[in-house]
Design a protein around this ligand. Structure first.
Ligand code: GDP
Ligand code: IMO
Ligand code: MG
Length: 428
């Protein structure tokens, strides 16, 4: 396997967690490189379901080293809750989790400000997860952020916290008419957190590079998806990080020469949580049915996900900006009952047809999808483990996706469980 990046090709929730869990069996290290507790990655093992927000999904595979890289923003309260939740389910964390000393902290004020800022946008709200993602990355760019290593040095932490609180409390009190945040409260809370995680904090760039030099297999776990990328997504309806493959290098301290392949995860249809353009969104009634069939509710916020047809323009964009080597198609079973299935192959706009995803928001909001219609297989495929046993019409659907995306499919998922996975010849 060597070094493999797994990224989302749509608007997140493509099933990355399940794919990482499958691939992690053969990996030595599984590392997150961006995002924060906005992620919700679900893995189903037997009858048990696990949801991950900050800890790499590979932690379920015993003895694997799991890394939270410098590019991730860390809400310690959420992290410790997640550690306790996993320990409660019998997962071993000690000795297997490594946190970058350079990672920035999502502080309580980041979450409060994220929530009130998005609310204040009114009709123009982004529909963020409220996890303080944008506000933490803003402070990182403004060079006032607090890093993991600062937390471990009590004096530095206190100084940085004071400087930050002066400004944040002014904003909260005078601009947003909210309560001030007490420094003492945070210091007390964070002292407890520090005790719980300090042994995990280390130079994770050195750790991963050494592992690569020793020929170990490293799996890079992307969060969110390409269309939520701050540079290549539907700006401003995006997250605050780069979920694309290029971010592995800056988010972990690894050179581009060390990455061998990039797998894109795509749902057999499309979903999106939060606001923003979504050209292939279903009509409300059909959407309700598909949401129920696909259990499309947010793993982090519980919000109903918007659902639509597979959009080849979106995934082609992802193929290019991530340099995808191959694709994993998930949730094919959700299309089982449909007589007809549509695939969007271009966008109609002002008399012409666009083949690339438009950068201008107005165009993405106003364009009309051009659909190709395919026959559905109307058969249960959730038990199938061998590609050749898939109904002919399901194979035709997958073959058409391969043609449209000019990228080979190396894995097909037909249910949430580990065993509901078809690994195609030539994978890994
Ligand atoms: P992630 O954020 O990309 O990891 O995806 P989520 O975990 O947020 O959402 C994917 C959901 O679909 C989870 O509930 C998974 O258990 C589930 N899932 C993954 N693969 C399949 C599949 O092939 N079929 C079905 N029916 N569910 C799947
Ligand atoms: P995983 O890793 C789906 C969306 C939010 C919102 C926008 C900005 O599970 O695929 P943020 O809180 O990041 O500032 O919100 O991004 N969003 C996601 N949507 N899956 C995710 O993660 C997401 N993380 C953020 O809904 O529209
Ligand atoms: Mg998710």
């Amino acid at each position: 396997m060597s070094n493999l990046v797994v990224v989302g090709t749509q608007w997140g929730d493509e099933g990355k967690g399940k794919i990482i869990d499958i691939l992690a069996e053969r990996a030595d290290i599984i590392a997150r490189f961006q995002g924060g507790a906005n992620a919700g990655h679900t893995v189903v093992v037997g009858e048990e379901e696990f949801v991950f927000h900050l800890i790499p999904s590979g932690i379920l595979r015993a003895g694997k080293q799991c890394v939270i890289g410098n590019g991730v923003v860390i809400d310690l309260k959420a992290l410790i809750e997640e550690m306790d939740y996993l320990k409660g389910k019998g997962v071993k964390i000690e000795g297997n989790l490594f946190i970058s000393e350079n990672a920035h902290l999502t502080m309580p004020y980041h979450k409060i400000l994220d929530q009130i800022m998005d609310k204040r946008r009114g009709k123009g709200k982004l529909g963020t997860t409220g996890r303080g993602i944008g506000t933490t990355y803003s402070d990182k760019s403004a060079r006032v952020g607090i890093r993991m290593i600062d937390l471990l040095n009590k004096e530095t932490f206190q100084q940085k916290l004071e400087i930050n609180l002066e400004e944040k409390n002014y904003l909260l009190e005078k601009f947003y008419n909210r309560e001030r945040i007490s420094k003492e409260g945070i210091l007390e809370e964070y002292l407890l957190y520090t005790e719980k995680i300090k042994d995990c904090v280390t130079n994770t760039s050195a750790l991963i590079n050494q592992a690569i030099d020793e020929g170990k297999n490293v799996l890079f776990e992307g969060a969110q998806g390409t269309l939520l990328d701050i540079d290549f997504g539907t700006y401003p309806y995006v997250t605050a990080s780069n979920p694309i493959a290029g971010a592995v290098c800056t988010g972990l301290g690894i050179g581009p020469t060390k990455i061998e392949s990039v797998m894109g995860v795509a749902k057999a249809y499309t979903t999106r949580v939060g606001e923003g353009p979504f050209p292939t969104q279903f009509s409300p009634e059909f959407e309700n049915g598909m949401r129920l069939r696909g259990k499309e509710y947010g793993a982090t916020t519980g919000r109903p996900r918007r659902c639509g047809w597979f959009d080849a323009v979106v995934v082609r964009h992802a193929v290019r900006v991530n340099g995808l080597s191959n694709l994993a198609i998930t949730k094919l079973d959700v299309l089982d009952n449909l007589e007809k299935i549509k695939i969007c192959v271009g966008y109609k706009y002002q008399g012409g047809v666009l083949e690339d995803f438009p950068a201008l928001l107005k165009v993405a909001q106003q364009c009309e999808p051009v659909y190709e219609e395919m026959e559905g297989w109307t058969d249960d495929i959730s038990h199938i483990k061998d590609y050749q046993r898939l109904p002919e019409k399901a194979k035709r659907y997958l073959e058409r996706l391969t043609e449209l995306l000019n990228t080979e499919i190396s894995l097909v998922s037909v249910g949430p469980k580990r065993e509901q996975t078809i690994i195609l010849k030539g994978l890994l």
